[in-house]
Design a protein around this ligand. Structure first.
Ligand SMILES: C[S@@+](CC[C@H](N)C(=O)[O-])C[C@H]1O[C@@H](n2cnc3c(N)ncnc32)[C@H](O)[C@@H]1O
Length: 396
């Protein structure tokens, strides 16, 4: 028996079981004809694209690709000749349907984001782009009005082009070893999933001179075939692609910055050394026992060291338990503040809200859910430690 094959089958089986449990249904809207997309697919075929996918309209995600036959692990869903990959740095204006993303969010959506770190990120990204625009575009329009007519190169159009570029481009490693950000015909129709079919792509094959999209898990005929855009948090997907993926995203984290405030050994004075820890929704953790509480070990160890520099042995002693109470209380107070900043559920008529406000509210709900799980874990952790503490006092 081929051991490697058996091993691969076992892995695929486990993957499929996991995906079955977390299945995301994509509904295909058959009323949308996708004529333009069909024409692009025909053009692609003439130009050497080999595809086992068909472009359709997927509810809630725009266009997407479904498998035209049962595809198994290792099958190539899509193969694109390098000659038709667009690697220019300039995105021209076109009448293509495009999803606007966070950069062009309205005021109401920005207001709805109050209390989240994403608000700050988006404002910074927008400012950064505005500086680029101011440095570049007016001078180009003034010096080369025939090439850059002012009416086409407005701030709104520039923002739109940036959004298009961020949400549709992919990084490709070419045969000269250079990594370039590109627009890739047909592949640009593939949507992202937390349980993607295609994970390993992005390097041009030196023999065929094509970019291949092989399957890492099977995709049945008619099923949406999804890519992984990368191991991105929902805030990144929202900021750069304009959507929040369905399901539990293991890359959703809440960053916690600490000033370690260590002493400079040479000068004997405090130096500010920032450390950042990441905390996920604690429902993703398996260990909720004493000394773990479903919280990340590096964070707990960092807080323990800050209280007692001696090695923490995770043994049940009264002094260790006192430290545990202290660090859980610190986390509880930090996350309580965070929850207060996020505020209560927003009093907005969600049904009738605009798409951007809906997304903003969905994102805030997600943040609340993560913070709330951390608070619940701190709370049950504290009870656990206090019980142990009382028991050890009685035993003494
Ligand atoms: C590379 S394009 C994919 C094709 C796109 N659906 C279209 O109609 O052009 C990336 C964009 O697709 C949408 N998208 C991708 N994955 C999605 C998902 N899982 N849920 C919702 N929208 C998604 C987002 O608007 C994103 O900016």
């Amino acid at each position: 028996m081929n051991v490697l094959q058996a091993f691969q089958d076992a892995i695929v089986n486990r993957l499929e079981k996991f995906v079955d449990k977390n299945r995301e249904e994509s509904r295909i809207d058959k009323s949308y004809s996708c004529d333009k997309e069909k024409r692009i697919a025909e053009w692609g075929e003439i130009n050497g694209i080999k595809s086992r996918l068909e472009i359709v309209y997927v509810e809630g995600a725009g266009r997407g690709a479904i498998a035209t036959k049962d595809l198994k692990v290792g099958d190539i869903a899509l193969e694109i000749p390098v000659s038709i990959i667009i690697s220019e740095d300039i995105v021209h204006q076109s009448d293509m349907v495009c999803f606007l993303i966070w950069l062009s969010f309205g005021v109401a959506a920005i207001v709805a984001l109050d209390g989240t770190l994403l608000l700050e990120e988006i404002m910074q990204a927008k400012e950064h782009l505005r500086n680029h625009y101011d440095e570049l575009v007016p001078a180009l329009c003034h010096n080369y009005p025939d090439v850059f007519p002012l009416e086409l190169y407005t701030w709104e159009q520039f923002l739109w082009a940036c959004e298009l570029w961020y949400s549709n481009s992919m990084k490709v490693m070419f045969l000269d070893g250079k990594l370039r950000t590109c627009l890739i015909p047909i592949a640009g129709f593939l949507n992202h999933s937390l349980h993607p079919h295609i994970i390993h792509y992005g390097k041009v094959d030196s023999i065929t001179k094509t970019l291949k999209f092989p399957l890492s898990r099977p995709c049945s005929i008619g099923q949406q075939c999804c890519l992984s855009y990368g191991n991105f948090s929902s805030s990144h997907l929202l900021a750069f692609y304009g959507f929040i993926p369905q399901g539990d995203n293991p890359y959703d984290v809440i960053p916690l910055d600490f000033d370690a405030g260590e002493l400079d050994p040479m000068e004997d004075c405090p130096v500010s050394s920032q450390t950042t820890h990441m905390v996920r929704g604690t429902w993703l953790s398996k260990n909720h026992n004493l000394f773990h509480y479903g919280l990340p070990c590096p964070l707990l160890n960092f807080l323990r060291r800050a209280r007692s520099p001696t090695l923490h042995t995770k043994t049940i002693t009264q002094s260790n338990l006192e430290i545990e109470i202290e660090i859980l209380e610190v986390l509880q107070s930090t996350f309580n503040n965070m929850m207060e900043n996020l505020g209560d559920t927003d009093p907005v008529d969600r049904e009738n809200a605009t798409w951007d406000v809906k997304l903003a509210l969905e994102f805030k709900d997600l943040q609340r859910r993560i913070v709330s799980s951390i608070l619940t874990s701190c709370d049950s952790g504290l009870k656990l430690v206090q019980n142990e503490f009382s028991r050890s006092v009685v035993e003494e």
